[in-house]
Write a protein that binds this ligand. Structure first.
Ligand SMILES: *[C@@H]1O[C@H](CO)[C@@H](O)[C@H](O)[C@H]1NC(C)=O
Ligand SMILES: *[C@@H]1O[C@H](CO)[C@@H](O)[C@H](O)[C@H]1NC(C)=O
Ligand SMILES: *[C@@H]1O[C@H](CO)[C@@H](O)[C@H](O)[C@H]1NC(C)=O
Ligand SMILES: *[C@@H]1O[C@H](CO)[C@@H](O)[C@H](O)[C@H]1NC(C)=O
Length: 358
Protein backbone atom coordinates (compact mmCIF):
# COMPACT_ATOMS: atom_id res chain seq x y z
CA UNK A 1 0.00 0.00 0.00
CA UNK A 2 2.69 2.47 1.06
CA UNK A 3 5.13 1.39 -1.66
CA UNK A 4 2.53 1.88 -4.45
CA UNK A 5 1.80 5.36 -3.15
CA UNK A 6 5.53 6.23 -3.19
CA UNK A 7 5.97 4.65 -6.58
CA UNK A 8 3.19 6.82 -8.04
CA UNK A 9 4.66 9.93 -6.47
CA UNK A 10 8.07 9.09 -7.96
CA UNK A 11 6.57 8.61 -11.43
CA UNK A 12 4.73 11.93 -11.15
CA UNK A 13 7.87 13.82 -10.10
CA UNK A 14 9.96 12.24 -12.86
CA UNK A 15 7.31 13.08 -15.44
CA UNK A 16 7.29 16.65 -14.19
CA UNK A 17 11.07 16.93 -14.57
CA UNK A 18 11.02 15.45 -18.06
CA UNK A 19 8.28 17.87 -19.07
CA UNK A 20 10.21 20.89 -17.76
CA UNK A 21 13.40 19.77 -19.51
CA UNK A 22 11.64 19.22 -22.82
CA UNK A 23 9.88 22.57 -22.54
CA UNK A 24 13.16 24.42 -21.98
CA UNK A 25 14.90 22.61 -24.78
CA UNK A 26 12.08 23.40 -27.20
CA UNK A 27 11.63 27.06 -26.32
CA UNK A 28 15.38 27.72 -26.47
CA UNK A 29 15.55 26.17 -29.92
CA UNK A 30 12.56 28.08 -31.23
CA UNK A 31 13.91 31.43 -30.00
CA UNK A 32 17.37 30.83 -31.43
CA UNK A 33 15.77 29.75 -34.69
CA UNK A 34 13.69 32.91 -34.83
CA UNK A 35 16.69 35.10 -34.17
CA UNK A 36 18.73 33.42 -36.84
CA UNK A 37 16.02 33.87 -39.45
CA UNK A 38 15.52 37.50 -38.44
CA UNK A 39 19.22 38.28 -38.86
CA UNK A 40 19.35 36.26 -42.05
CA UNK A 41 16.43 38.08 -43.62
CA UNK A 42 17.48 41.57 -42.70
CA UNK A 43 20.92 41.11 -44.20
CA UNK A 44 21.07 42.78 -47.58
CA UNK A 45 23.71 40.31 -48.86
CA UNK A 46 21.09 37.58 -48.66
CA UNK A 47 18.52 39.40 -50.74
CA UNK A 48 19.17 37.02 -53.63
CA UNK A 49 18.24 34.07 -51.42
CA UNK A 50 15.06 35.89 -50.44
CA UNK A 51 13.87 36.02 -54.02
CA UNK A 52 14.08 32.23 -54.49
CA UNK A 53 11.83 30.76 -51.78
CA UNK A 54 8.13 31.64 -51.44
CA UNK A 55 8.01 31.12 -47.69
CA UNK A 56 11.10 33.14 -46.91
CA UNK A 57 9.80 35.91 -49.14
CA UNK A 58 6.58 36.24 -47.15
CA UNK A 59 8.53 36.06 -43.91
CA UNK A 60 11.00 38.62 -45.24
CA UNK A 61 8.31 41.14 -46.04
CA UNK A 62 6.83 40.95 -42.59
CA UNK A 63 10.26 41.28 -41.07
CA UNK A 64 11.27 44.33 -43.11
CA UNK A 65 8.23 46.19 -41.89
CA UNK A 66 8.91 45.22 -38.30
CA UNK A 67 12.46 46.50 -38.63
CA UNK A 68 11.15 49.71 -40.18
CA UNK A 69 8.69 50.23 -37.34
CA UNK A 70 11.40 49.54 -34.77
CA UNK A 71 13.28 52.63 -35.96
CA UNK A 72 10.38 54.75 -34.76
CA UNK A 73 9.95 52.87 -31.49
CA UNK A 74 13.66 53.06 -30.60
CA UNK A 75 13.91 56.70 -31.44
CA UNK A 76 15.92 59.23 -29.39
CA UNK A 77 15.85 62.98 -30.05
CA UNK A 78 18.03 65.46 -28.22
CA UNK A 79 17.07 69.10 -28.26
CA UNK A 80 20.04 70.93 -26.72
CA UNK A 81 18.18 74.20 -26.40
CA UNK A 82 19.98 77.55 -26.29
CA UNK A 83 18.59 79.90 -23.61
CA UNK A 84 16.17 82.58 -24.88
CA UNK A 85 15.58 81.17 -28.34
CA UNK A 86 11.87 80.52 -27.90
CA UNK A 87 12.57 77.04 -26.66
CA UNK A 88 9.92 77.11 -23.94
CA UNK A 89 6.97 77.25 -26.31
CA UNK A 90 8.41 74.44 -28.42
CA UNK A 91 9.13 72.25 -25.39
CA UNK A 92 5.66 73.00 -24.04
CA UNK A 93 4.18 71.78 -27.32
CA UNK A 94 6.24 68.58 -27.09
CA UNK A 95 5.01 67.96 -23.54
CA UNK A 96 1.45 68.45 -24.73
CA UNK A 97 1.94 65.85 -27.48
CA UNK A 98 3.81 63.17 -25.54
CA UNK A 99 0.78 61.55 -23.97
CA UNK A 100 -1.33 61.48 -27.11
CA UNK A 101 1.52 60.23 -29.31
CA UNK A 102 2.95 57.86 -26.66
CA UNK A 103 6.55 58.94 -26.16
CA UNK A 104 8.61 60.22 -23.22
CA UNK A 105 9.94 63.73 -22.67
CA UNK A 106 12.82 64.20 -20.23
CA UNK A 107 14.55 67.34 -19.02
CA UNK A 108 18.31 67.17 -18.57
CA UNK A 109 19.07 69.07 -15.36
CA UNK A 110 22.81 69.69 -14.91
CA UNK A 111 24.20 71.01 -11.61
CA UNK A 112 24.31 74.81 -11.48
CA UNK A 113 22.98 75.11 -15.04
CA UNK A 114 26.38 74.18 -16.50
CA UNK A 115 26.37 73.78 -20.28
CA UNK A 116 29.23 71.28 -20.43
CA UNK A 117 29.16 67.78 -18.91
CA UNK A 118 32.14 66.50 -16.94
CA UNK A 119 34.09 63.65 -18.54
CA UNK A 120 32.63 60.90 -16.33
CA UNK A 121 29.14 62.30 -16.87
CA UNK A 122 29.61 62.37 -20.64
CA UNK A 123 30.10 58.62 -20.68
CA UNK A 124 27.31 58.00 -18.17
CA UNK A 125 24.90 60.18 -20.08
CA UNK A 126 25.65 58.63 -23.45
CA UNK A 127 25.36 55.07 -22.13
CA UNK A 128 22.23 55.81 -20.11
CA UNK A 129 20.37 57.34 -23.05
CA UNK A 130 21.43 54.59 -25.42
CA UNK A 131 20.57 51.70 -23.08
CA UNK A 132 17.34 53.07 -21.65
CA UNK A 133 14.94 51.24 -23.93
CA UNK A 134 11.92 51.58 -21.67
CA UNK A 135 12.00 55.36 -22.24
CA UNK A 136 12.06 55.08 -26.02
CA UNK A 137 10.84 56.79 -28.09
CA UNK A 138 12.30 59.66 -26.09
CA UNK A 139 12.76 63.40 -26.41
CA UNK A 140 15.50 64.85 -24.19
CA UNK A 141 15.89 68.59 -23.74
CA UNK A 142 18.29 70.71 -21.76
CA UNK A 143 20.64 73.69 -21.89
CA UNK A 144 23.60 71.56 -22.90
CA UNK A 145 26.28 71.95 -25.55
CA UNK A 146 26.30 69.46 -28.44
CA UNK A 147 27.78 66.11 -27.45
CA UNK A 148 29.23 63.84 -30.13
CA UNK A 149 28.02 60.29 -29.35
CA UNK A 150 30.42 58.68 -31.81
CA UNK A 151 33.34 59.23 -29.41
CA UNK A 152 31.94 56.82 -26.82
CA UNK A 153 31.69 53.62 -28.83
CA UNK A 154 27.90 53.54 -28.99
CA UNK A 155 26.09 51.47 -31.64
CA UNK A 156 23.68 54.29 -32.57
CA UNK A 157 23.55 58.07 -32.39
CA UNK A 158 20.51 60.06 -31.30
CA UNK A 159 18.97 62.65 -33.57
CA UNK A 160 19.75 66.24 -32.68
CA UNK A 161 17.41 69.14 -33.34
CA UNK A 162 17.65 72.79 -32.33
CA UNK A 163 16.36 76.31 -32.81
CA UNK A 164 18.51 79.33 -33.56
CA UNK A 165 17.70 83.02 -33.21
CA UNK A 166 19.05 86.34 -34.46
CA UNK A 167 21.89 86.95 -32.00
CA UNK A 168 21.04 90.57 -31.17
CA UNK A 169 17.38 89.73 -30.56
CA UNK A 170 18.48 86.95 -28.28
CA UNK A 171 20.81 89.23 -26.33
CA UNK A 172 18.21 91.97 -25.91
CA UNK A 173 15.59 89.44 -24.91
CA UNK A 174 17.94 87.91 -22.35
CA UNK A 175 18.85 91.35 -21.02
CA UNK A 176 15.22 92.25 -20.27
CA UNK A 177 14.39 88.73 -19.14
CA UNK A 178 16.94 89.03 -16.31
CA UNK A 179 15.29 92.28 -15.20
CA UNK A 180 11.60 91.70 -15.70
CA UNK A 181 11.11 87.95 -16.19
CA UNK A 182 8.43 86.76 -18.58
CA UNK A 183 4.76 85.93 -18.64
CA UNK A 184 5.45 82.19 -18.28
CA UNK A 185 6.58 82.32 -14.66
CA UNK A 186 5.82 85.92 -13.64
CA UNK A 187 6.16 85.21 -9.91
CA UNK A 188 9.84 84.28 -10.21
CA UNK A 189 12.22 87.08 -9.15
CA UNK A 190 15.07 87.32 -11.65
CA UNK A 191 18.75 88.04 -10.99
CA UNK A 192 18.64 91.68 -12.05
CA UNK A 193 15.14 92.53 -10.84
CA UNK A 194 14.82 96.19 -9.87
CA UNK A 195 17.43 97.36 -12.36
CA UNK A 196 15.58 99.68 -14.76
CA UNK A 197 18.47 100.58 -17.08
CA UNK A 198 17.45 100.09 -20.73
CA UNK A 199 19.59 98.15 -23.18
CA UNK A 200 20.47 101.42 -24.97
CA UNK A 201 21.74 103.00 -21.75
CA UNK A 202 23.67 99.86 -20.98
CA UNK A 203 25.41 99.91 -24.36
CA UNK A 204 26.15 103.63 -24.08
CA UNK A 205 27.73 103.10 -20.66
CA UNK A 206 29.52 99.90 -21.78
CA UNK A 207 28.23 97.82 -18.90
CA UNK A 208 29.11 94.09 -18.80
CA UNK A 209 25.49 92.89 -19.18
CA UNK A 210 25.24 94.09 -22.76
CA UNK A 211 28.82 93.26 -23.69
CA UNK A 212 28.73 91.57 -27.12
CA UNK A 213 30.81 88.74 -25.63
CA UNK A 214 27.54 87.63 -24.00
CA UNK A 215 26.33 86.81 -27.48
CA UNK A 216 28.92 84.04 -27.76
CA UNK A 217 26.40 81.33 -26.96
CA UNK A 218 24.85 79.82 -30.06
CA UNK A 219 28.28 79.08 -31.54
CA UNK A 220 29.52 77.14 -28.47
CA UNK A 221 26.21 75.29 -28.14
CA UNK A 222 26.51 73.97 -31.68
CA UNK A 223 30.29 73.58 -31.45
CA UNK A 224 30.24 71.30 -28.41
CA UNK A 225 32.35 70.12 -25.52
CA UNK A 226 35.82 71.29 -26.70
CA UNK A 227 37.64 74.02 -24.80
CA UNK A 228 38.08 76.08 -27.98
CA UNK A 229 34.29 76.23 -28.45
CA UNK A 230 34.02 78.48 -25.40
CA UNK A 231 36.74 80.90 -26.48
CA UNK A 232 34.81 84.01 -27.71
CA UNK A 233 35.87 84.99 -31.21
CA UNK A 234 37.43 81.66 -32.15
CA UNK A 235 37.07 81.00 -35.86
CA UNK A 236 37.73 77.30 -35.25
CA UNK A 237 34.64 77.24 -33.03
CA UNK A 238 32.55 78.91 -35.73
CA UNK A 239 33.67 76.39 -38.35
CA UNK A 240 33.05 73.48 -36.00
CA UNK A 241 29.57 74.82 -35.19
CA UNK A 242 28.76 75.02 -38.90
CA UNK A 243 30.06 71.51 -39.54
CA UNK A 244 28.03 70.07 -36.68
CA UNK A 245 24.96 71.95 -37.79
CA UNK A 246 25.30 70.52 -41.29
CA UNK A 247 26.42 66.97 -40.42
CA UNK A 248 25.07 66.12 -36.98
CA UNK A 249 21.72 67.91 -36.76
CA UNK A 250 18.59 66.45 -38.25
CA UNK A 251 16.92 69.86 -38.33
CA UNK A 252 17.70 73.34 -37.03
CA UNK A 253 14.80 75.77 -37.15
CA UNK A 254 14.53 79.51 -36.64
CA UNK A 255 12.82 81.09 -33.65
CA UNK A 256 11.40 83.63 -36.09
CA UNK A 257 9.81 80.84 -38.18
CA UNK A 258 8.54 78.45 -35.54
CA UNK A 259 5.41 77.41 -37.49
CA UNK A 260 7.51 76.19 -40.42
CA UNK A 261 9.84 74.30 -38.06
CA UNK A 262 6.91 72.50 -36.47
CA UNK A 263 5.41 71.69 -39.87
CA UNK A 264 8.68 70.10 -40.98
CA UNK A 265 8.84 68.07 -37.79
CA UNK A 266 5.27 66.83 -38.18
CA UNK A 267 5.94 65.81 -41.77
CA UNK A 268 9.24 64.07 -41.13
CA UNK A 269 8.74 62.65 -37.62
CA UNK A 270 5.00 61.89 -37.42
CA UNK A 271 5.60 59.23 -34.76
CA UNK A 272 6.26 62.08 -32.30
CA UNK A 273 4.80 65.18 -33.92
CA UNK A 274 1.51 63.97 -35.41
CA UNK A 275 -1.03 66.74 -34.89
CA UNK A 276 1.62 69.29 -33.86
CA UNK A 277 0.74 72.01 -36.36
CA UNK A 278 -2.95 72.20 -35.51
CA UNK A 279 -2.21 71.92 -31.80
CA UNK A 280 0.32 74.74 -31.97
CA UNK A 281 -2.04 77.03 -33.85
CA UNK A 282 -4.98 76.25 -31.60
CA UNK A 283 -3.13 76.73 -28.33
CA UNK A 284 -1.52 80.00 -29.43
CA UNK A 285 1.81 78.87 -28.01
CA UNK A 286 3.72 81.27 -30.19
CA UNK A 287 2.86 83.97 -27.68
CA UNK A 288 3.88 82.00 -24.66
CA UNK A 289 6.79 83.32 -22.65
CA UNK A 290 7.16 86.80 -23.96
CA UNK A 291 9.77 88.75 -22.11
CA UNK A 292 8.08 91.61 -20.29
CA UNK A 293 8.87 95.32 -20.74
CA UNK A 294 11.18 94.75 -23.68
CA UNK A 295 12.28 97.99 -25.37
CA UNK A 296 13.55 97.78 -28.95
CA UNK A 297 17.12 99.12 -29.18
CA UNK A 298 17.74 102.33 -31.13
CA UNK A 299 19.49 102.23 -34.55
CA UNK A 300 22.61 103.71 -32.88
CA UNK A 301 22.76 100.84 -30.41
CA UNK A 302 22.20 98.30 -33.16
CA UNK A 303 24.99 99.82 -35.25
CA UNK A 304 27.35 99.75 -32.29
CA UNK A 305 26.65 96.09 -31.55
CA UNK A 306 27.07 95.14 -35.19
CA UNK A 307 30.62 96.52 -35.15
CA UNK A 308 31.72 93.78 -32.79
CA UNK A 309 33.45 90.66 -34.11
CA UNK A 310 31.38 88.46 -31.81
CA UNK A 311 28.13 89.69 -33.31
CA UNK A 312 29.49 89.23 -36.83
CA UNK A 313 30.53 85.65 -36.13
CA UNK A 314 27.32 84.72 -34.33
CA UNK A 315 25.39 86.30 -37.17
CA UNK A 316 27.37 84.28 -39.69
CA UNK A 317 26.26 81.08 -37.95
CA UNK A 318 22.69 82.36 -37.83
CA UNK A 319 22.69 83.11 -41.56
CA UNK A 320 24.26 79.74 -42.32
CA UNK A 321 21.47 78.03 -40.35
CA UNK A 322 18.81 80.24 -41.93
CA UNK A 323 19.94 79.42 -45.48
CA UNK A 324 19.97 75.72 -44.65
CA UNK A 325 16.50 75.89 -43.10
CA UNK A 326 15.04 77.74 -46.08
CA UNK A 327 16.70 75.26 -48.44
CA UNK A 328 15.14 72.31 -46.59
CA UNK A 329 11.77 74.03 -46.63
CA UNK A 330 11.84 74.82 -50.34
CA UNK A 331 12.72 71.23 -51.20
CA UNK A 332 9.60 70.01 -49.41
CA UNK A 333 7.36 70.83 -52.35
CA UNK A 334 7.64 70.59 -56.11
CA UNK A 335 9.01 73.82 -57.60
CA UNK A 336 6.31 76.27 -58.66
CA UNK A 337 3.47 74.12 -57.37
CA UNK A 338 2.13 73.61 -53.88
CA UNK A 339 2.50 69.83 -54.10
CA UNK A 340 4.58 67.67 -51.77
CA UNK A 341 7.61 66.02 -53.26
CA UNK A 342 7.25 62.24 -53.61
CA UNK A 343 9.55 59.40 -54.55
CA UNK A 344 8.97 55.83 -55.69
CA UNK A 345 10.91 52.80 -56.91
CA UNK A 346 10.59 51.36 -60.36
CA UNK A 347 12.42 49.03 -62.77
CA UNK A 348 12.86 46.54 -59.94
CA UNK A 349 14.80 43.55 -61.30
CA UNK A 350 14.58 40.60 -61.11
CA UNK A 351 10.82 40.91 -60.80
CA UNK A 352 9.98 39.65 -57.28
CA UNK A 353 6.50 38.35 -58.27
CA UNK A 354 7.79 36.27 -61.19
CA UNK A 355 10.66 34.88 -59.12
CA UNK A 356 8.25 33.90 -56.35
CA UNK A 357 6.13 31.72 -58.71
CA UNK A 358 9.10 29.58 -59.83
C1 LIG B 1 1.74 74.49 -21.92
O1 LIG B 1 1.27 75.83 -21.82
C2 LIG B 1 -0.10 75.96 -21.53
C3 LIG B 1 -0.43 77.44 -21.43
O2 LIG B 1 -0.28 78.05 -22.68
C4 LIG B 1 -0.45 75.29 -20.22
O3 LIG B 1 -1.84 75.35 -20.01
C5 LIG B 1 -0.01 73.84 -20.28
O4 LIG B 1 -0.23 73.22 -19.03
C6 LIG B 1 1.46 73.76 -20.63
N1 LIG B 1 1.83 72.38 -20.73
C7 LIG B 1 2.84 71.86 -20.07
C8 LIG B 1 3.05 70.41 -20.22
O5 LIG B 1 3.59 72.56 -19.39
C1 LIG C 1 17.50 71.09 -11.17
O1 LIG C 1 17.70 70.31 -10.01
C2 LIG C 1 17.94 71.09 -8.84
C3 LIG C 1 18.32 70.15 -7.71
O2 LIG C 1 17.38 69.12 -7.59
C4 LIG C 1 16.71 71.95 -8.54
O3 LIG C 1 16.94 72.74 -7.40
C5 LIG C 1 16.43 72.84 -9.75
O4 LIG C 1 15.23 73.57 -9.53
C6 LIG C 1 16.31 72.02 -11.01
N1 LIG C 1 16.21 72.93 -12.16
C7 LIG C 1 15.14 72.96 -12.95
C8 LIG C 1 15.21 73.93 -14.07
O5 LIG C 1 14.19 72.25 -12.78
C1 LIG D 1 19.32 56.06 -16.63
O1 LIG D 1 19.37 56.97 -15.54
C2 LIG D 1 18.19 57.03 -14.75
C3 LIG D 1 18.37 58.12 -13.72
O2 LIG D 1 19.56 57.98 -13.03
C4 LIG D 1 17.93 55.67 -14.11
O3 LIG D 1 16.74 55.71 -13.36
C5 LIG D 1 17.80 54.64 -15.24
O4 LIG D 1 17.63 53.35 -14.67
C6 LIG D 1 19.03 54.66 -16.11
N1 LIG D 1 18.81 53.74 -17.22
C7 LIG D 1 19.77 52.95 -17.70
C8 LIG D 1 19.37 52.03 -18.77
O5 LIG D 1 20.91 53.00 -17.29
C1 LIG E 1 -3.53 84.45 -29.97
O1 LIG E 1 -2.77 85.48 -29.37
C2 LIG E 1 -2.93 86.74 -29.98
C3 LIG E 1 -1.98 87.71 -29.33
O2 LIG E 1 -1.88 87.52 -27.96
C4 LIG E 1 -4.38 87.18 -29.86
O3 LIG E 1 -4.57 88.44 -30.51
C5 LIG E 1 -5.27 86.13 -30.51
O4 LIG E 1 -6.63 86.49 -30.32
C6 LIG E 1 -5.02 84.76 -29.90
N1 LIG E 1 -5.78 83.75 -30.61
C7 LIG E 1 -6.44 82.79 -29.99
C8 LIG E 1 -7.14 81.81 -30.88
O5 LIG E 1 -6.44 82.68 -28.78
Amino acid sequence: MITTKYFFLLVLITAGFVFILLYHWFSANVIVGDRLSAVHLSEPENSAARFSGQSSQAGGRLDDLTVYREYDEKFVIIYNRVPKTGSTSFVNLTYDLCKKNAFHVLHINITANMHVLSLPNQLKFVRNITAWDSMKPAFYHGHMAFLDFSKYGMPAKPMYINLIRQPLDRLVSYYYFLRYGDDYRPYLVRHRAGDTMTFDECVAKQKPDCDPTNMWLQIPFFCGHHAECWNPGSSWALEQAKRNLANEYFLVGLTEEMDEFIELLELSLPRLYRGAVSHFQKSNKSHLRRTKSKVEPTPDTVAKIKESTIWQMENELYEFARDQFHFVQHKLRTPGRNVMQEFLYEKIKPNPNVAGKN
